[in-house]
Ligand binder design. Structure first.
Ligand code: CUA
Length: 314
């Protein structure tokens, strides 16, 4: 998460502006310190040896150093910022087509919807896949409070605001994994609202999309069947959806292909068996205040079956 290590056009644009502003203000800081230290070190005898300084003079320093130079520097920074902004699509720009992806901020996770005609669309969560080398337009909206999407390697911060749609153009120049984070305080688990962007090769992206579109696998062992029954008969199915089953909850992450994702709980946990077990039984001890309750009414065998079922959702 380094803004000076850009991997796409939007982030490169911002990184160039950042470096330029940093250099300008470093020069200003050095000049200021020289002007402060130099008179302090320049000893020219004591007050007794000199007549009092005249009241005239010095106005040129104030006019040039206090007005003209700051105005010129701030104007230059302003123009450079305007120039950077031109590299970003503007809100409501009619030249832009429909977005390919819609990201919805929730307390405290990211809903990601791939748009298009009905067979094309599918939901996922906390992980965005992009084809490397191609721009992808993303709509940003919020389901509750203001969030801010920040993927430093690819783009600057852009707010997700209730009742309004913001648009960004994401592009990753090369395949890779880019970390993101909510950058606007949105409640007690704000710091644990992370997102991962995976830039695939174009071929991998097609394969990933085709796999994500499909329904969940059908349980093929007795234990997985038990696990699915646990999932459907406990509160899980009220909030989560697993496409291809009666679980159609729409207020929590879609779990149809949970096992294909890199992280759990908005990427604060790795997606492995230990973390999955901990999360399904003790979400409140891991993310206090999260909307997911602790699911207590399960015995050990049911919990194992549930975790195995969730692990099978590739
Ligand atoms: Cu969402 Cu901070």
């Amino acid at each position: 998460m380094n803004i000076l290590d850009p991997h796409g056009p939007a982030a490169s644009n911002l990184a160039a502006l950042t470096v330029w502003v940093l250099v300008v203000f470093s020069v200003v800081a050095v000049v200021m310190w020289v002007l402060i230290v130099w008179p302090a070190l320049r000893r020219r005898g004591t007050l007794a040896e000199h007549a009092p300084a005249g009241s005239g003079g010095g106005q040129a320093w104030i006019l040039v150093g206090g007005l003209i130079v700051p105005f010129a520097i701030l104007a230059a920074v302003f123009v450079a910022s305007l120039n950077s902004i031109r590299g970003f699509p503007l809100h409501g720009d009619h030249a832009m087509g429909p977005a390919e992806i819609r990201v919805l901020g929730h307390q405290w996770w990211w809903e990601v919807r791939y748009l298009g005609e009905p067979p094309q669309q599918f939901p996922t969560a906390n992980e965005i896949h992009l084809p490397a080398g191609r721009p992808v337009d993303v709509d940003l909206v919020s389901g509750d409070v203001i969030h801010s999407l920040w993927i430093p390697g690819l783009h600057g911060k852009v707010d997700l605001i209730p009742g309004r749609t913001n648009r960004i153009r994401l592009q990753a120049d090369r395949p890779g994994i880019y970390q993101g984070q909510c950058a606007e305080f949105c409640g007690e688990q704000h710091a644990h609202m992370r997102l991962v962007v995976v830039a695939d090769t174009p071929a991998d992206y097609v394969v990933w999309k085709a796999a994500q579109r499909g329904p969940a696998i059908t349980p093929h062992t007795p234990e997985l069947l038990v696990g699915q029954q646990v999932f459907l008969s406990r509160p899980c199915a009220l909030c989560h959806a697993v496409r291809g089953t009666p679980a159609q909850g729409g207020v929590a992450p879609d779990l149809t292909h949970l096992a294909s994702r890199r992280g759990l709980a908005a990427n604060i946990l790795p997606n492995d068996r230990a973390a999955l077990s901990a999360w399904v039984t003790g979400a409140q001890s891991i993310k206090p205040g999260a909307r997911m309750p602790n699911v207590a009414q399960m015995d050990g065998a049911e919990q194992r079956a549930l975790v195995h079922y969730l692990e099978s959702l590739h």
